[in-house]
Structures are given as C-alpha cells and as structure tokens.
Design a binder for this molecule. Structure first.
Ligand code: GLU
Length: 271
C-alpha cells in the first residue's frame, strides 16, 4: 500500500461536492453539512491553503424552490431550475462563509471557455487573483448556456478541468460514493474499498461498473474519467464520502479516507 504522507504537502486544492452531499432526499438543503463545509474550507484558507469549491446543487435546489414534483429531465427545465437554484445556493454559502469571515466568489464556467486560449487565460487570471486576495472561488457550470452535447457533462469532469486549469495539486471529490471498491458494495457485503490506485487502467475502470450516486448526475464511472484526466496531468485525486466535511482535514493529514488516485510522476502538459 502506498504511503499517503505526500498529501501533507499540498497547498492548492479543489474540493468537489455533489448534490447528494448538499441536499436531503427531499431536495431541501442540508444546512448543517453546508455550514460544516464552510467552516472547514475557511479554516484551510486561514492556514494558508488555496481552496476552490466546485459545487453542484443548483438544479435540485431550484426545483425545490419552484415546487417541481421531481428533478427536471428536459434541458430547458433543468436550465430554468438551475438559474433559480444557483442564486439560492450562493446566498446560503455567503451566509455561512460570512460567519467565518471568509470572502467567496462565484465562477460559472462553460466548456467552450476553456477551448479558447484568450478566455481560458482570463479565467486563470481571475482564479489566481482571487487566491492572492484570500478568496474562495465557488464554481459551477453555467447551466443556462450549456447544453448536454457541449457542456462538461457533469461536475466531476468540471472539477477536473478546474484542477488542471489552476495547476492545483489535489482534487478531492466528495459525494455519497465513498471510494472505489473491489466489487459492488450494494450487492457484495464483503466488498473492500481500495486504498490507493496508481494507474486508472481498464481493470480499474471495470470496477466502477454502474455505481450511481442517488442524486445529481455523477456515478463512479464519471468520477474515474475525471480522475484519469487529472492524474494524467500529475494531480492527485481522492474520492471520498461527503458525509462529514471534517474528513477533508484527515485527507490532508494523510489519513486513510476514501480512495487515493496517484498523479502521474511524468505527466501530460496542462490542457
Ligand atoms: N450544474 C448542476 C447543478 O448545479 C450539477 C451537475 C452535476 O452535478 O454534475 O445542479
């Protein structure tokens, strides 16, 4: 088993939180968890970390506010719900982060921005300037102008793009998926979680199977694809449970939480 002690040396981290972590089954916001998350991330910034939060939740929160009976499935309805929910999400974040005197910013991205050199450079400069100011950028996809075929496909992939764009050295993906198991834990009670993965090859991808998150759009397969992109660019990735945001401290303290995917030592240039 690989030693995780190098995780103690990380300084710029991206934390991706899924809808299942931020909301209850009924679509309402899990305020105690969001408050804890705000506390942990503010404390990390106080310690000198540069932190980016990639947050989902806009569609679910918007659907709840609009009293839709279920999460919308048509693109235009998802976009409308997201436009409502994103504002509510940021309002809640602002309230909690303010309690810890932590300034936050909203960054909404679309994939085409990152395909254009000038716009990509502008986005990088914004992130770096916010870091210099001690601000935590909170990122989501700009759902209003993204359509399925052209978008990031899910926030797992968005978080990986953001980690690469900002030369981050660790990406932590938190959700109701606790890590990568050697077989499906919902079927096999003896399934064992892998501690460390050094290469995301076909055998590893096979293990992802069809594991789906209960809410949101991601599953283990999308997480592995996102992790593959980041690790190929030398970024370590941890997939862990979002149940207790304090686990982020443990992960950065090299404790055994979730599955660690080791970034390639010789890696592809940033995209
Ligand atoms: N942008 C979507 C939202 O905020 C999330 C997409 C995803 O979680 O993959 O609801």
């Amino acid at each position: 088993m690989e030693n995780r002690s190098h995780l103690k040396n990380k300084s710029r981290i991206v934390i991706k939180v899924g809808t299942s972590t931020l909301t209850y089954e009924n679509g309402k916001m899990n305020l105690s968890r969001i408050q804890k998350l705000a506390w942990v991330l503010s404390d990390l910034t106080n310690k000198g970390f540069e932190v980016i939060l990639v947050s989902s939740g806009a569609i679910t929160v918007g659907a709840e506010r609009l009293k839709l009976r279920q999460r919308p499935s048509e693109t235009k309805d998802k976009q409308a719900a997201s436009a409502v929910g994103q504002a509510i999400l940021m309002q809640i974040y602002e309230n909690f982060f303010m309690q810890y005197n932590q300034v936050i910013a909203q960054i909404l991205l679309t994939k085409d921005v990152l395909d254009d050199e000038t716009r990509k450079e502008n986005t990088r400069n914004t992130f770096f300037t916010l870091f210099d100011m001690g601000v935590i950028p909170i990122v989501n996809e700009n759902d209003t102008v993204s359509v399925d075929e052209l978008g990031f496909s899910d926030n797992d992939s968005l978080s990986s793009y953001v980690a690469c764009l900002t030369d981050s050295d660790l990406l932590i993906m938190l959700s109701d998926i606790k890590g990568l198991y050697d077989s499906d834990p919902s079927i096999n009670p003896d399934a064992v979680m892998l501690d460390t993965v050094t290469e995301i090859n076909d055998d590893i991808t096979y293990l992802a199977g069809e594991t789906k998150s209960k809410h949101g759009t991601g599953g283990m397969a999308t997480k592995l694809m996102a992790a593959k992109m980041a690790t190929q660019r030398g970024i370590d990735v941890v997939i862990a449970s979002g149940e207790d945001p304090k686990d982020i401290f443990d992960i950065l303290n090299a404790e055994k939480k979730g599955t660690l995917f080791i970034g390639a030592r010789t890696h592809m240039p940033p995209n």
